[in-house]
Design a protein around this ligand. Structure first.
Ligand SMILES: [Zn+2]
Length: 272
């Protein structure tokens, strides 16, 4: 089993669970035992997943977001029932195989059911400009993988971008992190983790940052997420920036541009 396949399988492992000991993860465990890079990646994914699960427990969710979460969960359950029915038909019509490989379908099924627990993130770094106006280019260039563990102080009203509401497959963490860009008291930006999954593809994980438009020195031209141009502020980080209402949004994904393009194409659900 190669690194990519191993990590895809391990995406099914819920944090703080005994999942990793299940027989279906035997191959992934064997790879993990010998691959330091996968150990590190798996450890960091589990850490983020457990952090998001923890903060997601006891914070109120906007009604519209809760509706989309519920819709996503019921969609997964329906998918499960459908797949289980197909699987039983296959079992009856084919001779049983002994010691065959774990059906990929089953792995993907587990992934779709546990996708609601799988959220990871990149984050914005602290940044000190010389004025109170903020430059998007500077924020983008300062991204790193250290997430500040500071709850947003509600210094400005923040909400999901209207174009992200009602999107099936989208999950957003319920606690916002506060970002300080200018070194002064009060938060200048709010950030949330998100994960977006379409079909049985591995979820796209990233972070969404919202900043009051009045604080941004050069407003982005795009007002629609799907049409916002993709920027490459750093190696392995892609970003889009757009404005909706009084907020400028920055969406960051660790990976290459195909992930963000998938995200933009996937955001086609009807708005709530
Ligand atoms: Zn590996």
């Amino acid at each position: 089993m190669d690194c990519q396949t191993t990590l895809e399988h391990l995406d099914c492992v819920r944090p703080n669970s005994g999942d990793i000991d299940l027989p279906e993860f035997a191959e992934a465990r064997a790879h993990l035992a010998e691959c330091a890079s996968c150990q590190a990646e798996f450890g960091s994914r589990q850490y983020f997943d457990s952090e998001v699960s923890r903060v997601a427990v006891d914070v109120a969710v906007p009604t519209s977001l809760r509706m989309s979460l519920l819709a996503t969960v019921s969609g997964s359950v329906a998918e499960f029932a459908e797949s289980a029915a197909e699987a039983s038909v296959e079992t009856e019509s084919r001779p049983p195989t002994v010691d065959g490989p774990l059906p990929l379908r089953r792995v993907r099924l587990i992934a779709s059911l546990s996708a609601c627990l799988l959220i990871a993130a990149v984050s914005a770094a602290l940044w000190r400009p010389s004025s109170t106006q903020l430059s998007i280019a500077a924020i983008q260039s300062q991204l790193n993988l250290n997430l500040p563990k500071v709850t947003f102080d509600n210094s400005f009203p923040v909400d999901l971008p209207p174009s992200w509401l009602g999107q099936p497959g989208l999950r957003v963490s319920e606690t916002l992190s506060g970002l300080d860009f200018d070194g002064r008291d009060g938060h200048d930006g709010a950030a949330a983790y998100f994960a977006f999954s379409a079909g049985r593809a591995v979820p796209i994980r990233g972070v969404l940052v919202a900043i009051p438009a009045e604080r941004i020195s050069e407003l982005p031209a795009a007002t629609v997420f799907r049409r916002a141009p993709v920027a490459y502020p750093q190696a392995d980080v892609v970003s889009v920036t757009w404005r909706e209402g009084d907020l400028v949004y920055l969406c960051f994904v660790a990976g290459d541009t195909t992930l963000l393009e998938r995200l933009q194409r996937g955001m086609t659900g009807t708005a709530a």
